[in-house]
Design a protein around this ligand. Sequence first.
Ligand SMILES: C[S@@+](CC[C@H](N)C(=O)[O-])C[C@H]1O[C@@H](n2cnc3c(N)ncnc32)[C@H](O)[C@@H]1O
Length: 227
Amino acid sequence: MKYDNIHIVETLDGSHTLKFADINEHYHSINGAVQESLHVFIKNGFHYINKTKLNILEAGFGTGLNAMLTFREAEKCDKIVDYTTLELYPVNENIFLKLNYAEILNINSDIYFIPLHTCEWNNNIELSKNFHFKKININLSKYTDNKLFDIIYFDAFSPDKQAELWTETVFKKMFSMLNTGGILVTYSAKGEVKRNLRSAGFTVTRLQGAAGKHHMIRAVKTNAINK
Ligand SMILES: C[S@@+](CC[C@H](N)C(=O)[O-])C[C@H]1O[C@@H](n2cnc3c(N)ncnc32)[C@H](O)[C@@H]1O
């Protein structure tokens, strides 16, 4: 894919998203980028796991919105979060400097947002006592790690646009990188996604979706064995 045809769009809650025109795909729901991230990843992901120390993996760093919200939540709840995020096509400075998330959420961009974009790639960075961050410039389908995660934010482009990332093979790899009891959350509740997650070994629950969407998925690694 060529990533030079991206522009900022305002969603219904007033927060920005990006539109990648070549594949006619938005980075978030046009019904509200912030409300979607808060619902899918923070409420139904971050707050579902009751541990004081969390290892989180994000597939698709994009605008940095999920990472920023998680950083803020880690501080609010005094949890220690180790956050690893994968991105093949980083958003450039001309774009991320214009995104209005910090303004909309009334949080300090210089602490919670800009450093996520400007920090070094492929290195562990302690952004605060509570939030340890590593962004990796890699293709999700090539990524493996010995580290085990508690939560995976699966936030790739939609299965209609990037079917190759929503396969049983990719989900088996995600499954193998989770602790038992760990979860994968995603905004898509497409039938094929549920089937592929189940084939990969997950126990799949369909939850109320974010505004404008019927459902989302939380997939739990209830058993350590791949089916
Ligand atoms: C739905 S957007 C992610 C939104 C992001 N979580 C946020 O908060 O803005 C999907 C992201 O996945 C990235 N991506 C696409 N293909 C990828 C791949 N094969 N490996 C890693 N990242 C990929 C895109 O560049 C884009 O940033």
